[in-house]
Design a protein around this ligand. Sequence first.
Ligand code: AP5
Ligand code: MG
Length: 216
Amino acid sequence: MNIILLGPPGAGKGTQAQRLVDAHGMRQLSTGDMLRAAVKAGTPVGLQAKAVMERGELVSDEIVSALIGEELDSMGPDMGAIFDGYPRTAAQAEALDDILAARGRKLDHVIELEVDEDALVERICGRFTCANCGKGYHDKFAQPRIPGVCDKCGSTEFKRRPDDNEDTVRTRMAEYRAKTAPILPIYEARGIVARVNGMADIDDVTTAIERIITSG
Ligand code: AP5
Ligand code: MG
């Protein structure tokens, strides 16, 4: 199964992708995570992407599509893919069609997380992740069971993203509205778009997504 999770910054794409990974053994393909790893490692891609990401603008289509192709090549043919934060432009949507076709895969669902933009700044500015395993948390909405200790791996180190500040979030939202939301009609024309209320509790969003992917 190949699924796109679509939605503005803070909609819950990463949160829900991690749950699908845990429940179904699928692979999360987050171009944001791949780019952050490249920045951290100081690779040529990372050097190009760093300042663009800090401004909240989009990295070039060629770079992110190449990352997605490489990641799919590292997976077994039967492993499901969850695209998180990709595609984000019409050019990326076209590239994904080619990338999937070349590997004998097809898109099953595009799940749009519908959210109220006013809530997103609070979500993003309260977000943190485990520095060891990457599990996501929130100061208010998703705290670790034992404060200061990761539920998944027990680490006590956490980190916050440099682009998670109000100014950058506003730019990221504007980029979403201008370049990413307009790709939805491509998938609507194929009849594969499903909408989920992303303002519901995290567990209820998961239940709604499970219903979509198990409905065939
Ligand atoms: P990326 O990493 O993809 O960031 P984004 O799209 O801005 O999305 P976020 O990761 O901020 O939000 P999310 O939807 O994953 O929310 P989360 O689950 O964490 O991209 C970063 C940058 O990389 C881009 O700006 C760009 O520069 C570059 N880039 C990446 N991909 C690219 C591409 N394809 N092309 C070009 N450039 C690219 O949830 C947020 C918080 O809310 C969490 O703390 C969570 O616990 C909480 N939360 C989640 N769901 C709920 C809920 N239902 N109720 C309450 N709280 C909730
Ligand atoms: Mg994310």
